[in-house]
Design a protein around this ligand. Structure first.
Ligand code: KG4
Ligand code: ZN
Length: 337
């Protein structure tokens, strides 16, 4: 029997809608918001407004691409959090209204769990799915977590950042260098041409499986400020090496704790998820450890790394088969819970 789910994502600066048939994606349409480029980060007011403009055209496009009619869907899955309240309210209100009009269940999705569940989307040629338990390094613009995934419904955070997220570290370093938001993909691009060992940056000394990235941001800031005093074109002249060195440090910090988590738990099925899992250096590091440490690794396709509604739809699918429906008075939440 077919189970058709409409997924809706609007937690930050991407408005996205997807249609899922069982575990296969029929459409995944995303409108990215260009308005934040020059601000060095997402401006919440502008984001809410852009979601309001984009949501109906994006959902319409998803139905059109999937060749599915609204009357045929079984449920609507929507991100309830964590994220920006104004942004979340747009997706949640839209989805509640449509679910009520169509008289179908509403499914409340946790954005961070959805990032992880993309590993269960079925695709042509895909034969490898993680078994339980596995570890997932979930790295986005707002969160950095090592998650022990015990089932489609059971997620235990065994390590997380105590301050900035890994994506934030990329974005803030890019901002210091005068690059537009989001800086992560640009640092990745420029790093390809640079020497990762040219500028060594310190690693934080944080106990257990937790992370910290705010010290790295400060050391990059002070280092560049001091070098600019000697050479006002320092950033321009060293753009590639700076990006490569910053990226190398962030990836090393991420990988060290991930290796520690694998050793501690004895789990060798290792996944990555979230926007930063698009990073080429992190993907390469994971591939290298697969050979060295005998890991079985899971890396999402690029289109499912950064925010998208396909991940909301697959997370909703598991809620639907578990009959875990949301009520009409459910409210979005801004922080992870
Ligand atoms: O998961 P995501 O799309 O949104 C949140 O839930 O936060 O992640 C966005 C983050 C941004 O910080 C962005 O700079 C980062 O992912 N990112 C990357 C790359 N692509 C996106 N960071 C490093 N390298 C990339 N290729
Ligand atoms: Zn995300």
């Amino acid at each position: 029997m077919d189970t058709l789910i409409l997924g809706v994502e609007s937690s930050c600066d991407d408005t996205s809608a997807a249609i899922l048939n069982n575990r296969k994606i029929l459409a995944n349409v995303t409108a990215n918001q260009e308005v934040h480029k020059n601000y060095g980060g997402v401006v919440p007011e502008l984001a809410s407004r852009a979601h309001q403009q984009n949501i109906i055209p994006v959902v319409d496009q998803a139905f059109h691409t999937a060749k599915v009619q609204k009357k045929d869907i079984n449920a609507i899955a929507v991100t309830f959090g964590p994220g920006l309240l104004g942004s979340l309210l747009v997706g949640a209100s839209f989805s509640k209204t449509l679910a009520m009009a169509l008289q179908i269940p509403l499914l409340e999705v946790n954005h961070m769990h959805a990032h992880i569940l993309v590993h269960f989307i079925e695709e042509k040629g895909k034969v490898k799915f993680p078994g339980f338990p596995f570890l997932c390094l979930t790295v986005s613009g707002g969160h950095t977590q090592i998650v022990l995934v015990k089932s489609h419904y059971d997620f235990e955070i065994i390590g997380q950042t105590i301050d900035d997220a890994a994506g934030e570290a990329f974005d803030k370093a890019a901002k210091i260098m005068g690059l537009p938001y989001p800086g992560g993909p640009l640092i990745d691009k420029y790093a390809q041409k640079g020497n990762p060992e040219k500028f060594p940056f310190p690693h934080p000394k944080i106990p257990d499986l937790d992370y910290s990235f705010s010290g790295l941001k400060t050391s990059i800031l002070y280092f560049i400020r001091d070098e600019l005093k000697k050479d006002k074109n320092f950033i321009k002249n060293n753009k590639y090496d700076l990006c490569a060195s910053i990226q190398y440090t962030i990836v090393e910090i991420l990988m060290n704790k991930l290796k520690k988590a694998s050793l501690q738990t004895g789990i060798k099925q290792i996944a990555i998820a979230g926007g930063v899992s698009a990073n080429s250096s992190l993907r390469k590091a994971l591939n290298e450890e697969e050979k060295k440490l005998g890991w079985q690794i899971f890396i999402p396709p690029f289109e499912y790394c950064t925010d998208n509604a396909a991940m909301i739809a697959i997370a909703g699918y598991y809620k639907y088969i578990g009959k875990d429906f949301a009520s009409q008075d459910a409210t979005p939440f801004t922080r992870y819970r």
